[in-house]
Design a protein around this ligand. Structure first.
Ligand SMILES: [Zn+2]
Length: 118
């Protein structure tokens, strides 16, 4: 298993509400050490309540970026008759990517704020 994209356990040292309710911030579930090294499935090892949402959103954003690049190349190479249709798809993908980026930003800020000392 690659460690790419896997947050280090306790990367978001949480407190209070920010704690993952399953692993209580450790990112690990010793009970499930036999499944994926016991990485908490609820927060995906971040230890933070919103960690999983953030990781999922970041993954979606990465996917959207890859699709966008592919489609943009397709638009360049497309015959004139197909261009309009592909361009419409590209615009939709761009809007979706923008929403995802805003969501990732908002979640990141919320998580960081949870970590600020009072
Ligand atoms: Zn957890």
């Amino acid at each position: 298993m690659s460690s790419k994209g896997q947050p280090a356990p306790g990367k978001f040292p949480p407190k209070g509400q920010a704690l993952c309710p399953r692993c209580h911030g450790t990112g690990h579930l010793p009970k499930f050490a036999h499944v994926k090294d016991g990485i908490c499935f609820w927060c995906q090892g971040t230890g933070h309540r919103k960690g999983r949402e953030l990781l999922d959103a970041q993954r979606d954003l990465d996917d959207a970026r890859v699709q966008y690049r592919r489609l943009r190349n397709a638009v360049r190479k497309a015959r004139e008759a197909d261009k309009q249709r592909l361009q419409t798809k590209l615009d939709q993908l761009e809007a979706w990517g923008k929403r995802l980026r805003d969501y990732v930003d908002d979640l990141s800020i919320e998580i960081q704020q949870d970590l600020l000392p009072n």
